[in-house]
Design a protein around this ligand. Sequence first.
Ligand code: COA
Length: 144
Amino acid sequence: MTFHIREADWSREGDVIRSIRTEVFILEQQVPESLEWDAEDPVCLHILARTGADQAIGTARLLGTGQIGRLAVLKPHRGHGAGRAMLGRLMEIAERRQFKQVFLNAQTHAVAFYRAFGFRERGTVFNEAGIPHVRMEKKLTHED
Ligand code: COA
């Protein structure tokens, strides 16, 4: 399946991003609203995945620290490569920005998904919003 992945502007497209994250994290995964929304959203880089029919079905973000997060695909659209396409795009952006590494707090069910991109677990499993997580990191190839 083909997805169009592009950078999104929080001030113009925040409503679409919010609706995907509400559906996936707050309604499906029961993450409290107070944890879902933070001060990073207005200042970080967001991406949106759209279908060929221009329906927004996924989102993710990259912080200035190199932290990837809030990777979400609407349930009916999972398993068709949108998650992989978005993660790949964020890695390209991080490379272009010459980040030395990227990292994320992975829900443990998704560890294999991130390992396939070369992320490796660091440290021990911790609980956030009632969901077990583990930090994962990946060094980027360029060196200066
Ligand atoms: N655990 C293990 N493997 C997974 C996985 C998971 N949770 N989700 C996807 N994969 C695998 C797929 O089987 C696929 O492998 P394959 O090509 O060998 O079959 C590969 O990863 C790519 O899958 P893809 O179709 O690109 O993923 P997706 O579009 O379904 O999106 C998530 C993956 C995790 C973003 C999606 O399941 C989701 O939104 N989950 C709910 C929110 C969430 O948990 N986000 C992650 C927070 S860390």
